[in-house]
Design a protein around this ligand. Structure first.
Ligand SMILES: CN(C)C[C@H]1CC[C@H](N2C(=O)NCc3cnc4ccc(-c5cc(Cl)c(O)c(Cl)c5)cc4c32)CC1
Length: 343
């Protein structure tokens, strides 16, 4: 009990509260051993009540999901009253604010961002999950103007029960798919594609395709699936939007077809480097990092390697992941196409 609290204070220096996500408080912090800035999501168990299982589900999902456009979980600490999630820090804030500041994005910039979001969602679906709360508020910019998907509190594990489905409908209605707002059974992967359509529309237009302050009216607009196409939209963007905003989920484009859509692969050829060294848990441990940790911790390399390979999401996991991220994902500074630098 106290040891977890003391561990937190000995391993991290907590700074100011930087935001809140529903029932969680998010503080900036420094991982003392590496000096790396992190975000710590703090949840009060009592406040969570019967939402507690969702948090454990979010934690299990984030332990599995390792992708360049998904916010990385480094460590989990738990006391009798609180759960702490140590996360990758994203200094650029929400994509939502980025759009609002610019009214709307040029097609080229929207394409770069959307390409990153689609690659993250394709990965999540491949891992058997659905995010189920895709919206610009849940996409953060890192220090390289690259997007990081956050908040897996509503993500579905393969057998998401009815309780899950009810929980989701109180997600964000403007991004919810017709089958979801109609209370019909739905596939999380299909509703994610609808939300991606609403998201891309918001990027390109600066407002929502379906909007109304009356919830019932909003649901009817979503179920009708009719939306304005401002005259600045190119034919390519109109086509990809229509493919995602199909009311009938059986006619809706899949994430794989989306990745092959000409609108996404057109424009500046994005030399996205292959995601080298992206999944530390699946590739062998990096011996150089093990050595660094052994030397700095005064422990044998064998002991460190065993501790890392346990993937306990303790301080050792956090230290290894932070050093691994620094080594493999810190792009060379400079260069014109910031986004192309994202792995
Ligand atoms: C839907 N919105 C309101 C939610 C807000 C929550 C706070 C966010 N935030 C800041 O306010 N300041 C800066 C900042 C910097 N790095 C962050 C890293 C991770 C997370 C994070 C990650 C996960 Cl996985 C998660 O579940 C949650 Cl809730 C947060 C938030 C960060 C952050 C912005 C979006």
């Amino acid at each position: 009990e106290l040891c977890q609290q003391e561990a937190l204070e000995s391993q991290y220096e907590l700074h100011q509260t930087i935001g809140s996500g529903g029932f969680a408080k998010v503080k900036a912090a420094t991982h003392l051993l590496t000096g790396q800035k992190v975000a710590i999501k703090i949840m009060d168990k009592k406040q969570l009540g019967d939402d507690l299982p969702r948090i454990y589900q979010e934690i299990e999902a984030m332990k599995l999901l390792s992708h360049q456009h998904i916010c990385r979980l480094y460590q989990v600490l738990e006391t009798s009253s609180r759960i702490y999630m140590v996360l990758e820090y994203c200094p650029g804030g929400e994509l939502f604010d980025y759009i609002v500041e610019r009214d709307r994005l040029e097609e080229e910039e929207a394409r770069v961002f959307f390409h990153q979001i689609v690659s993250a969602v394709a990965y999540i679906h491949k891992m058997g999950y659905a995010h189920r709360d895709l919206k610009p508020e849940n996409l953060l910019l890192d220090d390289d103007q690259c997007l990081k998907l956050i908040d897996f509190g509503l993500c579905a594990n393969p057998d998401g029960g009815l309780a899950q489905q009810l929980a989701t409908c109180c997600g964000s209605p403007a991004y919810a798919a017709p089958e979801l707002v109609s209370g019909r059974h739905y596939l999380g992967s299909e509703t994610d594609i609808w939300s991606l359509g609403v998201l891309l529309y918001a990027l390109l237009c600066g407002f929502l395709p379906f909007d109304d302050e009356n919830l019932g009216t909003l649901y009817r607009k979503i179920q009708l699936g009719q939306y304005e196409e401002p005259d600045w939209l190119s034919s390519g963007s109109r086509s990809i939007l229509r493919a995602m905003l199909q009311v009938d989920p059986r006619r809706r484009i899949t994430v794989h077809q989306l990745q092959a859509h000409p609108w996404l692969s057109a424009g500046t050829p994005l030399h996205i480097k292959p995601a080298v060294g992206r999944d530390p848990q699946r590739e062998g441990v990096d011996e150089a990092i093990i050595t660094t940790m052994a030397v700095s911790g005064g422990r044998s390399r064998v002991a460190v390697r065993e501790a890392v390979e346990r993937w306990a999401y303790d301080h050792t996991t956090a230290t290894y992941l932070i050093l691994h991220h620094r080594k493999h994902c810190t792009p060379a500074q400079g260069g014109a196409f910031g986004a192309a630098r994202c792995l």
